[in-house]
Design a protein around this ligand. Sequence first.
Ligand SMILES: Cc1cc2nc3c(=O)[nH]c(=O)nc-3n(C[C@H](O)[C@H](O)[C@H](O)COP(=O)(O)OP(=O)(O)OC[C@H]3O[C@@H](n4cnc5c(N)ncnc54)[C@H](O)[C@@H]3O)c2cc1C
Length: 337
Amino acid sequence: MKLQKNISLQPFNTFGVDVKAHQYINVTNEVELLEVLKQFYTSELFILGGGSNMLLTQDITKTVLHINLKGISIISEDENRVLVKAAAGENWHDFVMYCLQHNYGGLENLSLIPGHVGTSPIQNIGAYGVELKDVMSYCEAVNRQTLATKTFYTKDCGFGYRDSVFKTKFKDDYIITAVVFELTTSNHQLHIDYGAIQHELTAQNKVSPSIQDVADAVVAIRKSKLPDPKEIGNSGSFFKNPIVKTSVLESIQDEYPDVPYYKICKDSVKIPAGWLIENTGLKGFRKGDAGIHTKQALVLVNYGDASGNEIKDIAELVKKEVKKKFDIVLYTEVNIF
Ligand SMILES: Cc1cc2nc3c(=O)[nH]c(=O)nc-3n(C[C@H](O)[C@H](O)[C@H](O)COP(=O)(O)OP(=O)(O)OC[C@H]3O[C@@H](n4cnc5c(N)ncnc54)[C@H](O)[C@@H]3O)c2cc1C
């Protein structure tokens, strides 16, 4: 276990914000992880995964603990199902590709999401009609105070829209060390009705698509819509899509009859935050190097040297304008530190 001092976190966050970690420790196995947890109180550590769901607005004075545990293993496999375990520090997209190479189905719609496997349960990552809760069997986590290992089955995780117990009841209590997925080995269930997947498959002439075809379609759509963090710093969707009462939707429909929405239950709907932001006229707004992406209003960007606070100011502006125009409060999906 090597403790480094005063290192830049710029390479470790997808916004590419240049803040410093006063102290930094990289752990690559559970023995090292437990050693660190024995030495530091919970309040002294800042946990870092792939850095793709955080906006850093200041130097981190806590010790940054970079979770880079590695390893993929098969727990059981038969002609229908496989249980695959991936350590927390595995790169999410690489793991999805590993599963596809082995003809394990279930993760294809979640292709190209940045970040680490271990972080995926925290906000129940989701895309194109599939969420982590649909494919996770259980995850393993270490209690940061007692150092005991606990298994969280899907039913224990309180999964919701970009939400779980790891963000609420057990916030900062656990470090997830591994996630176990239950995937198909035959008769794969494809989810191709969501968004533009079917359209993309048709364009590629895929009449009976395979799981790899679905993944390819998802990757193509995402590449055409979302900026690549390697080129323009960003953290994906900055805000959650707000869930509002049907009456709020109806009042918006008076002025915008075509407002898109998804029915959640009898009296509430989800409205795309990107649509709301676009209709405040802020899409493409830029101040210095911080801005709102020109093609995707839900994505805040760092064009180069923006500070975390400059990006945070843009987020505040977005929230203010959406509230003013639609009387809807936006909540961030990204963690701001
Ligand atoms: C271009 C782009 C597209 C994206 N698209 C999507 C999308 O389609 N769907 C979606 O759901 N998300 C999306 N995201 C958001 C992001 O990729 C996910 O939220 C991802 O799961 C974050 O993982 P990470 O390892 O980078 O987390 P980090 O940013 O490193 O950490 C996030 C939080 O988890 C904590 N944490 C990290 N590791 C652990 C651990 N092992 N145990 C406990 N706590 C931990 C951190 O302290 C922090 O609070 C996108 C992001 C980008 C940049």
